[in-house]
Design a protein. Structure first.
Length: 272
């Protein structure tokens, strides 16, 4: 898989927080050196004991020319306090003319890969099944971060994240509270909780690249705050390190409770 496609996949893992009563529909734009790279629409819905999330993404500008990327994913599962348990996860993407699909379910609480195209053994070393105990998908992982931040005011914790291709460990800690200045690229300004994350690939390494290089830690910072009146803390800005090309900055530029087809939900009424 090309480097540009890998960067696209990393960004698709990005998701937002959740509301106890309403769907949060969040729109983000990712930029590299100020140039638009990716457009994302994220929807998160949390009930008393269940949650679901959907995301769509497409490349913009130079990234559109290089990889012409499109992606859609969704997850649903159950909640018990701040414990999250996905039930099903599915992702469909198209990068540089090739289609990728993944379907996971969690019959005993651990992910089981049901379908994948093309078979990742074509590109990657296998992920040992024994290493998947307790792993969740990326949408669930970041939803959990936002849920914990909303309920505790902090973001300490770690998670194993598996997307059907690679397994990563993310460790997040509270880095304080910052005041984000007004910016024409974002709808948010003001105090926000900063959460710093270190992510390390554990398995599923690409065959055509050195394992040591792929296992290098990657860092990101998320700023969480109320984007909608009375709503939960959600990411209003995220910064990813992107190897040696610079930081990718993702800004929230629209937010509402209006469910759209981009959410990928089977129904439009929600869990109410």
């Amino acid at each position: 898989m090309k480097k540009e496609a890998k960067t696209f996949c990393v960004l698709v893992l990005f998701a937002g927080g959740a509301s106890a009563a309403e769907t949060n529909v969040l729109h983000y734009t990712a930029r590299l050196h100020g140039v638009k790279l990716l457009d994302l629409t994220l929807c998160i819905e949390v009930g008393e004991a269940a949650y679901r999330a959907g995301i769509t993404a497409r490349t913009l500008g130079l990234a559109e020319f290089l990889v012409h990327g499109r992606a859609a994913g969704h997850v649903e599962g159950s909640l018990n306090g701040t414990m999250i348990k996905p039930k099903t996860y599915a992702e469909n993407s198209r990068l540089s003319g090739e289609t990728y699909t993944v379907t996971l379910d969690y019959p005993n609480g651990d992910p089981v890969l049901r379908t994948e195209t093309p078979p990742q053994e074509k590109y990657r070393l296998p992920v040992p099944v024994a290493d998947l105990h307790g792993a969740i998908d990326g949408l669930s992982a970041v939803t959990l971060e936002a849920l914990i931040a909303s309920r505790t005011g902090a973001c300490q914790g770690q998670a194993l994240v598996y997307d059907g291709r690679q397994l990563r460990r993310g460790i997040t800690h509270t880095a304080g509270r910052d005041v984000l200045a007004a910016d024409p690229r974002s709808i948010f300004s003001g105090p926000a909780l900063r959460c710093d994350t270190e992510s390390v690939m554990l398995a599923g390494f690409l065959k055509d690249s050195a394992v040591k290089k792929q296992a290098r830690p990657h860092h990101s910072s998320s700023w969480l705050a109320h984007a909608l009146p009375g709503g939960p803390d959600v990411p209003v800005r995220v910064i990813f390190d992107a190897d040696f090309v610079g930081d990718i900055i993702v800004d929230l530029d629209a937010a509402s409770h209006t469910v759209t087809p981009a959410c990928g939900f089977a129904d439009q009424d929600g869990m109410r």
